[in-house]
Write a protein that binds this ligand. Sequence first.
Ligand code: NAP
Ligand code: G4F
Length: 325
Amino acid sequence: MKSALITGITGQDGSHLADLLLEKGYRVTGVVRRSSVDQSERIAHLLDRVEIQQGDLLDESSLVKAIERSQPDEIYNLGAMSFVPASWEQPVLTGEFTALGVTRLLNAVRFVNPRIRFYQASSSEMFGRVREVPQREATPFHPRSPYGVAKAYAHWITVNYRESYGLHASCGILFNHEGPRRGREFVSRKISDAVARIRLGMQQKLRLGNLDARRDWGFAGDYVRAMWLMLQQDTPGDYVVASGTQHTVREFSEIAFARVGLDWKDYVETDPALLRPAEVDSLLGDASLAKERLGWVPEVSFEGLVHMMVDADLGRLKDGGNRRQ
Ligand code: NAP
Ligand code: G4F
């Protein structure tokens, strides 16, 4: 039986990845940071099938202990401060979690067992003010937020430890991926949740920032398959994971409201307070390498994703907020 350790298991991707690895027969351990409230909403359905180790990306000794205790074959580093606007509010902490946290974890791998295969959650946010369209593995980075800068450091330190110490370390440069488990502060879920509330008469308006921003959106359940595939290769590498299609926030809203028979123009208001100090205007990924080497292709379309999210939020709210996503 293979064994995997996941940082960020309580997050959107961590919960989907744990589902996938359990399905594949892995023993799964999640690293969870201490909190005074329960953070396990997204993994409540699998808590009896995973082991939990206390640990924090700020504390290298806790990472060493988690690895020593769980003896994983594979580590997936999904833990990070992942909300872009928060990274302007807490740039130093973002660097500690999202950048230096990766060095701490890579050090822990080296000290405990350098044969462990390692996955780093890199981000299309690193491309920022894009230098070419579509973006591929060789496209230069120009990050536009403290988060993007931290992810660029994390990406390069992973590449560097691979080249310096021969670690089997891979980076997935994932474009935006969403689903019913997405945090409510991200635009996709903010829209799907608001659409459901407006439909049910629980909310009147939806305030958004930049409606013209373009993203390459996919479904999180598809994207965690790519993470796993990277660690099954004989040779580590870096891969863009994307849908290869692009839509605006306006189009997302239009399709989401139409799903419940409403016209988005009657409900969406723009709020300048939600604009960012520096915006990533447009992202579009080229995942040809992942298709060629990993055999990875996404299964859920953009429209399918928007419908899935709106339907899930409607179902959850009709159930009084109790339905599992
Ligand atoms: P998410 O839902 O925000 O989850 C982040 C996870 O990181 C949570 O489990 C959180 O734990 C954990 N975490 C935060 N700080 C930590 C610390 N100091 N020590 C240990 N764990 C910590 O993010 P996601 O959407 O699943 O994304 C997963 C990863 O992929 C992140 O690294 C993100 O930056 C990256 N990424 C995401 C996307 C996307 O579109 N979703 C695209 C590219 C890259 P708590 O529950 O305790 O807060
Ligand atoms: O949903 P978002 O907050 O995601 P963003 O900033 O693209 O970051 C996500 O994807 C990255 C991959 O590229 C990840 F690395 C990162 O961890 C995260 O998962 O915003 C998407 C777009 C932005 O252009 C934003 O300006 O939507 C625009 N937007 C417009 N109104 C809004 C809003 N974003 C949010 N969060 N809230 C709004 O009201």
